[in-house]
Ligand binder design. Structure first.
Ligand SMILES: [Zn+2]
Length: 127
């Protein structure tokens, strides 16, 4: 009885579930899941869940996806300068050789654990 199960998930007024409920893949225009928002570079931005999608599953709880209003969504927060600073510091730490404590100018290879001149002093002298 696919039609009956389908009907069970269709509750646009939210009379049964408390919030508007639609069958899976039948989200109304203007609503999107968090994942769909993210694909557009958007985030829910603190808005409440507008509706839910239900996908019935055999002998299991239905799968639920929450929907948010696209018009209330906000752009994904850009990185703050503080975060950039932390990232730059982390990058500098990764470029700094623990042996000679200088900025090697590249990320220290994990296999060496130090900059190339420190790892191969013999070759450097020969060159
Ligand atoms: Zn070094």
């Amino acid at each position: 009885m696919a039609s009956l199960r389908f009907a069970k998930c269709f509750d646009p007024e939210g009379a049964r579930f408390g919030i508007p409920t639609y069958p899976w893949r039948l989200a109304p225009e203007g609503l999107a899941t968090r994942r769909q928002l993210r694909a557009e570079g958007l985030r829910p931005g603190g808005q409440p869940i507008a509706a839910q999608l239900l996908r019935p599953r055999f002998r299991r709880e239905p799968l639920v996806a929450y929907l948010y209003r696209v018009d209330l969504a906000k752009p994904v927060r850009p990185m703050t300068s503080r975060k950039w600073g932390a990232l730059a510091l982390a990058m500098l730490a990764r470029r700094t050789c623990p042996q000679c404590t200088t900025d090697a100018g590249y990320v220290i290879p994990a296999s060496l654990g130090m900059c190339v001149p420190c790892a191969y002093p013999e070759e450097q002298r020969a060159a």
